[in-house]
Design a protein around this ligand. Structure first.
Ligand SMILES: Nc1ncnc2c1ncn2[C@@H]1O[C@H](COP(=O)(O)OP(=O)(O)OP(=O)(O)O)[C@@H](O)[C@H]1O
Length: 265
């Protein structure tokens, strides 16, 4: 697994813009994303609710905050827009203003009690496994990846994969920190098509973590052993991969983007 593979992705700007109509009550959302103060005022005067939201539960205040439309943010707040409304990803307008670095808007929202639930999420430390429970001396080498060797070991009587991280990588505090954050995120994932993360070995000078052991290895290993797959098998593998990817993309509050999907990992 690469240290940059699992990435947090805020909602894309194009998605925000495509999601809003320029006509009907949704014109409020469209005008808010374009900093069209007169248009926003017109809609509010027609009686459109300031907290009207699109199908992603994004309000005019979310859109104006993402797009840096300071005047519209000011107007919406004055007209009673909810400073802490949550969109489908659990983001408030302040989360959006922060992701796009709109400092002045952040300040306006904070002054009115705006909070950012994304920031409040506490990073969970990685589950630690006592290294005495794992027989590293009896380990069998099963592969080698970009970051180190992979071994088959037994942990509490169960076969698991132990991934060792090269000391040249693990000894760099910045890289190690980024790696640990990625592992902390991985340990929260639960899906039949995502290899299960089990924990990090403690009391060892090396960085080693355990995952579920796959008896057939990676897709690359299967292709190398068996050659061409039957079409039904290929389709069933493709569906399993798509299910795993879909789970990552639906992850809340942020989608997870793999960025390095290959037959070997
Ligand atoms: N959980 C596992 N169960 C069985 N074999 C595994 C497992 N993880 C890795 N392997 C084997 O070890 C090899 C190296 O895996 P690893 O994930 O470290 O490297 P990689 O394929 O280069 O991916 P990355 O780019 O993440 O380093 C794989 O190709 C596979 O043969």
């Amino acid at each position: 697994m690469e240290d940059s593979r699992l990435q947090l992705a805020p909602p894309k700007r194009e998605q925000i813009q495509n999601a809003v109509d320029s006509e009907g009550p949704y014109r409020l959302l469209y005008c808010s994303s374009k900093n069209d103060v007169a248009g926003v005022l017109q809609e509010l005067e027609k009686g459109v609710e300031p907290n009207l939201a699109d199908y992603d539960k994004r309000t005019a205040l979310h859109l104006a905050s993402s797009e840096g439309c300071k005047e519209v943010v000011e107007l919406l707040l004055e007209k009673g827009a909810d400073v802490n409304s949550l969109d489908r990803w659990g983001h408030t307008p302040l989360s959006d203003a922060r992701s796009f670095n709109h400092g002045e808007i952040c300040k306006m929202l904070e002054d009115l009690g705006g909070v950012d639930p994304v920031e409040l999420e506490s990073p969970t430390p990685c589950y630690e496994i006592n290294s005495q429970e794992v027989d590293m001396d009896g380990a069998t080498l099963i592969g080698e990846g970009a970051f180190g060797e992979v071994y088959l070991v037994k942990w509490r009587g169960t076969e698991v994969a132990a991934k060792t991280i090269r000391s040249s990588i693990a000894s760099n505090p910045k890289v190690r920190d980024a790696f640990m954050k990625e592992l902390a995120l991985w340990q929260r994932l639960r899906h039949p098509n995502i290899v299960q993360f089990l924990g990090v070995l403690k009391q060892t000078d090396r960085l080693i973590f355990l995952t579920e052991y796959l008896h057939n290895g990676s897709l690359y290993d299967i292709l190398r052993r068996r050659g061409r797959l039957y079409p039904q098998t290929a389709v069933s593998y493709a569906l399993d991969i798509a299910r795993g990817m879909n789970y990552l993309h639906q992850h809340k509050p942020h989608a997870i983007i793999h960025r390095d999907l290959t037959p070997s990992g």
